[in-house]
Ligand binder design. Structure first.
Ligand code: NAD
Length: 352
């Protein structure tokens, strides 16, 4: 039964690592390496059950395969979870033991930062393995690059919907003024858009308004705010049965991961003639940044690759129109075709 759960999702390799000396319990899930080695972050979480941890690793690694493939990267999908409360278990020794675990996979898995892991942790892991990105001397914070990708995706969606990418007459509501949302809102204002912002943290709003001209909407009223584009840049699950009937927009395009509470909500948006730009397509700038770091690129080349997200999304939107499907279905199909077209017959490491 356990093995069914692994193979049903198409996973190539799911490894459990333990190190009694440091207390390390980790799962590294390599979903698919048809296009290249699996790249995905390592999160440290105190899961309720081991089964929850496994399920998270399986789900997240599968999502990374699709994200990399849809971003035209020659990378596969993988993800790792370390089980436990990060405040209690995260020691240098544990991270080193984890680094050795990553290393023994020989480059089939490349790790990076995720929930409860950061750049200093990657430096410790790097003492034991070269298969790690998101490093101190790497390409730095990916958020501005993610914001650029979201911006170009949003502009492509605007052009598709209104026939022009001039956002002078476009009203955008940005939910979440964190690292990505504030950069996106700022870029949109620079391009002449009318921007309304929202955040649960008043300090973030005050900081933004000190330099920018934007309207503000209360967090709970954000879904009712009339606009052209709703850009969720805070948390996942915001498009759901409760919020969809309230939306007063033509486009949903934002940075947040898992914007849709469930997949079926893509159809529910389409039923309301709301164009949904799939999150994993337009928020791929972070993955593009670490992928670029791994191949020795620089921030400039990462920014350039993030701008290509717009044209890629356009092709997906055209395909969705031709096939009378949602853009999400068209994006999934695009990613799957890339994977299936790969002629790789042996599992990938970075060098083969
Ligand atoms: P962040 O933590 O810097 O910002 C999140 C912001 O959202 C914060 O200002 C927070 O106060 C606000 N917020 C939280 N709940 C809210 C709510 N209910 N209503 C309004 N505001 C709320 O995070 P970030 O790095 O800017 O990322 C934003 C989203 O984009 C996340 O979902 C993240 O997973 C996703 N994402 C980020 C990157 C990246 O490069 N940073 C890459 C891909 C995806």
């Amino acid at each position: 039964m356990v093995f069914d759960a692994l193979s049903d999702g198409g996973h190539e390799q799911v490894s459990h690592f333990s190190d009694p000396e440091t207390g390390l319990q980790a799962i590294i899930a390599i979903h698919d390496t048809s296009l290249g080695p699996g790249l995905g972050g390592t999160r440290i979480l105190d899961y309720d059950t081991d089964a929850d941890a496994l399920e998270d690793a399986l789900r997240l690694s599968g999502a990374m395969t699709m994200k990399a493939a849809a971003a035209d990267l020659d990378l596969g999908g993988a993800k790792a979870v370390i089980l436990g409360d990060h405040a209690e278990i995260k020691t240098d020794e544990l991270l080193r033991a984890y680094g050795r675990a990553v290393d023994c996979l020989g480059g089939r898995y490349i790790t990076s930062v995720d929930v409860n892991t950061g750049v200093p942790d990657m430096e410790i892991i790097a003492e034991e393995t070269e298969y790690v990105v998101g490093r101190e001397d790497g390409l730095g914070d990916p958020s501005p690059i993610t914001a650029t990708g979201v911006l170009y995706g949003l502009l492509a969606a605007v052009e598709f919907q209104y026939g022009t990418d001039d956002v002078g007459d476009v009203r955008v509501v940005v939910q979440g003024l964190g690292k990505v949302g504030s950069a996106l809102a700022s870029d949109l204002i620079d391009r002449g858009a009318s921007v309304t912002v929202s955040d649960v943290n008043q300090e973030n709003i005050d900081r933004f308004l000190a330099d920018h001209d934007a309207a503000v909407v209360e967090p709970e009223a954000v879904y009712d705010e009339p606009c052209d584009v709703f850009a969720p840049c805070a948390i996942g699950g915001v498009i759901n049965d409760e919020t969809i009937p309230r939306l007063e927009c033509d486009i949903v395009a934002g940075a947040a991961n898992n914007i849709l509470a469930e997949r079926r909500h893509a159809e529910a948006l389409a039923d309301r003639d709301i164009l949904y730009a799939p999150d994993y397509v337009i928020n791929a700038g972070g993955l593009i940044t670490v992928a670029e770091e791994y191949v020795g690129g620089d921030r400039e080349s990462a920014f350039e690759k993030a701008t290509a997200i717009g044209d890629r999304l356009t092709r997906m939107m055209e395909r969705a129109e031709e096939t009378d499907s949602t853009v999400l279905a068209a994006a999934d199909e695009y990613a799957r075709e890339r994977i299936e077209a790969s002629d790789r017959t042996t599992p990938a490491t970075f060098d083969n």
